[in-house]
Design a protein around this ligand. Structure first.
Ligand code: C5P
Length: 285
């Protein structure tokens, strides 16, 4: 038996950082949405736990014991006292450390797949609670559908998506990694206020923010050029996701997105780009 699943990339449509906590983490409010593209995981039965990494960005990610996919697998095995192992193949399609989920989405997909391979029959909520110990974004990635999150990003409220399904989206990444802890550390500690509840796409631009943008730009000035270039492509919203450096643009029309993709590719031929769309996944079945 072999099981395979996508690890959908996530976007933070908005990310308001509210406070630095005593444990070094940050209280925040964010709107997560998920994409039709991502890394892919395959699992098959084995005596031990093992991991192989393939795909266009596989070379940048060594198979180490602290790999989030292996940590997720060990955590679930320990929690359930399962004697079986698994061989996991991670097809790394997205740039590493780029603000669009990556490791968190991979860990979440590993938990979902091993739940099935090992016939544990855990509900997504239980997997999400376990996954919170692996990373702040893992619980949202377990569900991979639009939600509002608070806490460190792990307290989710599900609501109807403010994006039409399959909203055309363009991702652009300068292929320079930024350090998430350093970007949070560089936040200026000014609380600029809460997220509005269920803003429209039009309201997102004016009334919401990604408060990590200035700090990410300090680490990676190329972000400024990407945001400026996307700003003139007719997008409904242009923003950086998470701690960067991936920036995204939302479009009403896939034709406009594809024209933007051609313009950006001509202007920044060395950057990574992905024309994709939003999806509310259903992993409950
Ligand atoms: O939880 P995760 O391992 O994905 O977070 C990576 C790093 O980002 C944390 O070690 C922490 O430095 C920072 N972080 C934070 N506040 C959050 C989420 C992440 O300071 N809410």
């Amino acid at each position: 038996m072999e099981l395979s699943q996508i690890a959908p990339a996530k976007l933070n449509l908005a990310l308001h950082v509210r406070a630095r906590r005593a444990d070094g983490y940050h209280d925040l409010e964010t709107l997560f949405c998920f994409l039709g593209d991502g890394d892919r995981l395959v699992v098959r039965p084995a005596d031990d736990l093992s991991l192989a990494i393939t795909g266009p960005f596989g070379a940048g990610l060594p198979v180490a014991a602290d790999n989030l996919v292996l940590r997720a697998a060990r955590l679930l095995a320990e929690e359930t006292n399962i004697a079986s192992g698994a061989h996991i193949v991670l097809e790394k399609n997205l740039p590493v450390a780029s603000g669009i989920g990556g490791g968190s989405a991979d860990a979440a997909a590993a938990l979902r797949l091993l739940n099935r391979l090992w016939r544990l029959d855990w509900a997504l909520e239980r997997l999400a609670a376990l996954g919170a110990g692996l990373g702040a974004d893992v619980p949202a990635c377990i569900h991979s559908r639009y939600c509002v999150a608070s806490g460190v990003g792990d307290v989710m409220t599900f609501a109807p998506s403010i994006l039409p399904n399959r909203t055309p989206i363009l991702l652009v990444n300068p292929l320079q990694t930024v350090s998430t802890p350093a970007v949070f550390q560089g936040w200026d500690r000014e609380d600029r206020g809460p997220l509005p509840t269920q803003p429209s796409i039009a309201e997102l631009s004016g009334t919401t923010r990604n408060d990590l943008t200035p700090s990410a730009i300090n680490q990676c000035p190329a972000i400024t050029g990407i945001l400026e270039a996307l700003d003139i492509t007719g997008a409904e919203l242009v923003r950086m996701s998470g701690s960067g450096a991936t920036c995204f643009a939302l479009y009403r029309d896939a034709v406009v997105r594809d024209r933007a993709a051609a313009d950006i590719a001509a202007r920044f031929p060395e950057y990574w780009m992905l024309a994709t769309h939003s999806v509310d996944h259903d992993f409950s079945g």
